[in-house]
Structures are given as C-alpha cells and as structure tokens.
Design a protein around this ligand. Structure first.
Ligand SMILES: Nc1ncnc2c1ncn2[C@@H]1O[C@H](COP(=O)(O)OP(=O)(O)OP(=O)(O)O)[C@@H](O)[C@H]1O
Ligand SMILES: [Mg+2]
Length: 200
C-alpha cells in the first residue's frame, strides 16, 4: 500500500531503510520471530480475552503472522481481515476470515476475503486490531506504507465512543527513537515484537 508523493522526505527515507532491513532477515530468524510474536501478543490482557480480532496476512517481508493466526483459530477466536473498500476510496473494511472464507487478490497482490460475498464488521465492534507497520517509536507512533488506509479507517477513534485496542506487529529492529506524528495518525496501544510487548 504505497502512495508516498505527499510525504515529507524523512518518512520516505525511513520506509526505505526499514523495509530493506526487514528483507535482510534470515529465514530461521523469521521462523523464530513468528513464535516470539505470539508470546508477546499474549502479554496483552485485551488480546488474550478478545473474541473478535482483526489480523493481517504477511506481505513485503513483514513479521510472519501465520503462526499466531493458526493459534487463534485453534482458540476459536473470530478473525477478520482488512480488505480495500471497493467504494470508499482509501478505506479498509473488515471481513470474517476462516477456513471457508471465499478469497480474492487485491490490486496490491494481497489475498483478501471477497467483499461481495461476506458481511463486513464495523471496526468499532472489533476488540483488538493487529496491524502491520514499517516503523514505530517509543510513544506508540506508527509509520505504515504510506497509503493512510488504517488512519482513515480508524479516524472515528479521534472521537469518544466504543473503540478497539490497536496492536502493531513488527520486528524489534523497526523501532526508532522518534517518528514524525501527523495530526491524522492514530497512535497504537501496544506493539508486539519477537522480543516483547511495548505498551503505551
Ligand atoms: N483521516 C484521514 N482523512 C483523510 N486523509 C487521510 C487521513 N489519514 C491519512 N490520510 C492521508 O493519507 C496519507 C498517508 O498517511 P500516512 O503517511 O500517515 O500513511 P501511513 O499511516 O504510513 O499508511 P497506512 O496506514 O496505509 O499503512 C496522508 O498524506 C494523508 O493525507
Ligand atoms: Mg499514518
């Protein structure tokens, strides 16, 4: 999900550096990290007790979510995946994801449940949303791929009301001392890495 033309150069550079660092990780490190990621997520009481959890399928050498997704299926959680909303440009919609979900491929080449055949769940009804990121900082700021998809979809969180707990998933090496936070950026409640759960 890239659309970097309106970015300040700092963000473009950080994205390039972090994506390249991620790509250089070995297969055995990735495999171990996917197990560490679940251990860190399980440190979150919200995650442990959630009934509905939005997850994402790994893309672009992001930390591998397949291990924790399989575990959540065994725990009988209701899982959702983000899909690009076909009408609301730049927004995501969350659709049920289980072994029988009809899937398609979106314009970024990412597998997603079929919007035409499944009923979306409003983001405010989801207990925990696990999301990918390119970089994070010590205050819970998140830098994504630059499409603004999660920020637009979660803009309702600027107002009071029922809200999901947001957990970023990343490798520890994606941590930066500070990131530029824009007014539209939605800060995260926690970030789970292969090493630990960072709480904010
Ligand atoms: N709530 C919003 N309403 C309208 N435009 C928005 C909103 N949030 C973000 N945008 C637009 O999206 C663009 C990209 O935002 P940003 O750089 O924060 O992306 P990102 O968080 O890295 O991406 P993503 O969430 O897709 O991983 C910005 O230029 C901004 O104009
Ligand atoms: Mg953002």
């Amino acid at each position: 999900m890239t659309a970097e033309k309106t970015d300040i150069p700092g963000k473009v550079q950080i994205r390039r550096q972090m994506r390249s660092a991620r790509r250089n990780l070995s297969r055995s490190f990735r495999r171990q990290a996917s197990i560490g990621l679940l251990r860190s997520l399980d440190q979150s009481p919200q995650f442990r007790s959630a009934r509905r959890i939005a997850v994402y399928l790994t893309n672009d050498s992001e930390i591998d979510t397949s291990f924790f997704i399989r575990t959540l299926q065994k725990r009988n959680k209701t899982l959702l995946l983000p899909v690009l909303h076909p009408l609301r440009k730049g927004h995501l919609s969350f659709l049920p994801y289980h072994s029988g979900s009809p899937m398609t491929t979106n314009r970024f080449g990412i597998a997603e449940p079929d919007f035409r055949r499944l009923k979306a769940v409003p983001a405010s009804f989801i207990s925990v949303i696990c999301m990918p990121l390119v970089a994070f900082d010590e205050s819970g700021n998140r830098l994504g791929m630059g499409g603004g998809f999660y920020d637009r979809t979660l803009a309702f969180m600027h107002r009071p009301g029922q809200r999901p707990s947001l957990i970023g998933c990343a490798y520890e090496l994606q941590k930066m001392p500070a990131l530029p936070a824009e007014p539209w950026d939605i800060p995260l409640n926690a970030i789970a890495t292969e090493q630990k759960l960072h709480r904010f």
